[in-house]
Design a protein around this ligand. Structure first.
Ligand code: SF4
Length: 751
């Protein structure tokens, strides 16, 4: 090794040890020399060793608060926080098991590098950093700086997302980077931006309790967001609950009206409802005139969506359509809620906007119990939407705007020329870029692409084509980590500090209450290490800890719709039970008016230059791969049980959660179809699409309609079947419509 290289390796060794010491308390030995040693965990500020501290849950976007009980400064147990405005003492099974999922044999404890024999083998942090730098810089030198990209997440604290996005794009020269939020929220983001002028879910959870009509579209709230569902149940107004879903889900069973429509007929159905509201003049004409634009064109568009035509398309009778329109008309406080059943569609953006249109035309927005409300999925999807530096430049800005780039450069004290002047490719475009030999190096942080991406076999083939794949994750045993050339072990929720933003725009804190295993470092520390080793450490010299970055985020938000400049520090978030944006420094008394529950657009002013919301619409399109003679069933995918989370890398680590959900893939099929195919309950079946063939246990149930089958998304096999097609505006994958056939498995080898 040359003297220079030796010096750099020593510097990294010292930096890694220092970062690890700062995360783990004073150590008398060098981490790199003694892997696997634990130091003393750092106590939450101002707490005694045996105490309770509060932090936001790290699973879903509900953002419940959990009391973490400490002994000798370490978390030993938790209970839901009673006086937090989100969950009021409730938590779902995932929240209760948050600490136990941290203990798993699958946790990464040391960096791993693929060796000459093709095996991942332990290496030191200096070796890992050298490999990271050398291989990716070599790739950039040979194929151009754009040939290296990153895939980020909605699971990390906002400060880490911002660091990753800034490091990759401003420090390392990358242009392309996207997040796994593309898989769940992209359609809602585009819908809001186009309709409201900014990506701004307008509601507060209190609206669940204040509505007299609650319309849930493509949302199995009861299972996917159980604590939000609890709030619906606490509604004292005996609300009408209308569920629009092809399946008779747990939520549909509890509804007052279930519209079991044909899959992907939701856009036509929503236009049909608008048609009836217009025909009956059940409109808030004053609101439409004062606060919206494009209504006349919208009226002309929906004129052809007569109840008869929509009934034919959706399978919902004209009489039921009329009844639903009447319920919406009769409601005084009508709230519309949607999630993945809408977003994960090849026409998700326009469907979300069709929902927004209903709220606008009936004046159900900016009032208690109203709103066109997209519910997010991941714990920090909302942080990702504003600060991940992927689709948007930091703070919801535009990479293509010289003014926006200049603002960010001034705030961060960097040269504006470091900021890419064009937006990133989306997730699918990055993968296609690998196929086209444009992307040769990929850095995947805190997401499990090889499991969760649509049409998985093609996706894995694409990842295999990379010259160098880096995976940074809590777990070294994910499907994606197993494909990596370099694996970097990261700390998880509970092992580091930062903030999340929940579905109702509430910023809340997470804290380090447990030590990360082995040599694992917080993602924040890994980014600091990479910045040093890459040669751009000076650019991030004052990105010293998450709270220092939080203050940068405040400045980046100043004057924007998502302004959080009035939040003093983490302590204020702790004391206030989280704070919803906007919370501008100059907000004064307005900030504190109803400060625990605030909604947007109460003044009827939207973020477009003219202050008006837009009616946006488009002609519905046919499903690209409908059932056919060879593949006669339509496959629907979605959440299985409240105890399962996404690709189950975490929830499968809990013995309790494993007991609460089936561990083997299963396929729900209607009794008539099961009879036709000769399938009996609990038998093994083969489910095939044009792309793959999987085994699944048969679950015979009338909750799916004839001609449709359902498989939860949590199982590794599910995405071997799905068909890679996307919404053209949001580039979000359409996971819930592809043609399959189902037959009995003849033997165990029959896959
Ligand atoms: Fe955590 Fe979501 Fe469950 Fe609340 S509902 S405890 S945020 S997983």
């Amino acid at each position: 090794m040359s003297t220079n290289m030796q010096q750099q390796a020593d510097a990294v060794r010292q930096a890694a040890a220092k970062l690890w010491r700062s995360e783990n308390g004073p150590l008398t030995h060098d981490l790199v020399q003694q892997p696997g040693k634990f130091g003393l965990g750092r106590l939450p500020a101002g707490k005694t060793p045996n105490a309770t501290t509060q932090m936001v849950c790290g699973f879903c976007a509900t953002g419940c608060s959990l009391n973490i009980h400490l002994r000798d400064g370490q978390a030993i147990n938790l209970t839901p926080t009673v006086d937090y405005p989100v969950n009021s003492g409730m938590a779902c099974p995932k929240g209760w098991e948050s600490l136990s999922v941290l203990k798993s044999s699958g946790r990464g404890t040391t960096p791993l590098l693929r060796n000459g024999r093709g095996k991942l083998a332990p290496v030191s942090w200096p070796e890992a950093m050298a490999a990271f730098r050398d291989r990716l810089q070599e790739t950039q030198a040979r194929h151009g700086v754009e040939s290296v990209a990153f895939l980020s997440t909605g699971q990390m604290p906002t400060e880490e997302m911002a660091f990753l996005g800034a490091l990759a794009k401003f420090g390392m020269g990358m242009v392309h980077g996207d997040g796994n939020t593309r898989q769940c929220m992209a359609s809602a983001v585009v819908a809001y931006k186009q309709a409201f002028g900014f990506d701004a879910p307008p509601y507060t959870y209190q609206d669940f309790e204040q509505s007299d009509v609650i319309v849930l579209i493509g949302s199995n709230l009861c299972i996917a967001h159980p604590i939000m569902w609890q709030r619906v149940l606490k509604n004292p107004h005996r609300p009408e609950i209308i569920v629009v879903d092809p399946r008779k889900t747990e939520t549909a069973m509890a509804a007052t009206e279930h519209l079991a429509l044909r899959p992907k007929s939701d856009l036509a159905l929503l236009y049909g409802l608008a048609h009836i509201l217009i025909a009956e003049d059940w409109l808030d004409r004053k609101y439409i005139a004062a606060h919206t634009s494009g209504f006349d064109d919208f009226c002309a568009h929906v004129a052809e969506f007569t109840p008869q035509r929509v009934a034919e398309a959706s399978g919902i009778s004209a009489a039921q359509l009329h009844r639903i329109a009447n319920i919406i008309h009769a409601g005084k406080r009508v709230s519309f809620w949607w999630t993945m059943g809408v977003n994960q569609s090849y026409e998700g953006v326009r469907t979300a906007q069709a929902i927004i249109n209903l709220a606008l035309m009936t004046g159900n927005i900016g009032r208690a119990g109203a709103g066109a409300n997209s519910i997010t999925g991941q714990c920090n999807a909302m942080g990702s939407r504003l600060f991940s530096n992927t689709t948007n430049l930091l703070g919801g800005r535009d990479f293509e705007s010289a003014q926006d780039r200049g603002q960010v450069a001034d705030i961060l004290g960097i040269d504006a020329a470091c900021i890419p002047d064009r937006p990133s490719w989306s997730y699918n475009e990055i993968l296609e870029g690998i196929l086209r030999d444009k992307i040769k190096g990929l850095w995947v942080v805190c997401t499990n692409t090889a499991h969760s991406w649509i049409n998985q076999n093609t996706c894995r083939d694409i990842l295999d084509r990379l010259d160098f794949l880096v995976v940074q994750d809590m777990y070294s045993n994910t499907e994606t980590a197993q494909l990596a050339d370099l694996y970097l072990p990261a700390a998880g929720w509970g092992e580091k500090d930062g903030t999340f933003i929940n579905s109702e725009r509430r910023v809340g804190v997470i804290k380090k209450v447990v030590r990360a295993p082995g040599q694992a470092l917080a993602d924040f520390s890994i980014f600091r290490l990479i910045a040093e080793y890459w040669g751009c450490g000076r650019m991030f010299a004052d990105w010293t800890d998450p709270e220092a970055v939080f203050h940068k985020l405040k400045e980046l938000s100043r004057g924007r719709p998502c302004d959080i400049s009035g939040i003093a520090d983490y302590q204020m978030l702790d004391q206030r039970g989280g704070i919803q944006w906007p919370y501008p420094e100059e907000g004064g008394a307005d900030n504190d008016k109803n400060h625990t529950h605030r909604r947007l657009f109460e003044d009827g002013k939207f973020y477009h230059a003219d202050g008006r919301a837009r009616f946006i619409f488009e002609t519905p399109r046919a499903m690209p791969e409908p059932p056919n003679k060879r593949y006669p069933y339509l496959l629907l995918t979605g959440r299985g049980a409240a105890a399962q989370w996404h690709t189950q890398t975490r929830t499968a680590c809990s013995a309790v959660l494993r007991e609460l959900a089936p561990q083997q893939a299963y396929v729900e099929i209607h009794p008539q179809d099961a009879r036709r195919e000769g399938l009996r309950p609990n038998q093994e079946a083969i489910v095939e699409s044009q792309r793959g063939r999987i085994r699944a246990k048969v679950f015979v149930t009338p909750t799916v309609q004839e001609g449709q089958v359902f498989i939860p998304m949590h199982f590794e096999q599910t995405n071997q079947l799905t068909h890679a097609h996307f919404d053209p505006h949001s580039k979000q994958p359409s996971y819930k419509d592809c043609a399959v056939r189902v037959r009995r498995a003849e033997s165990w080898d029959d896959v």
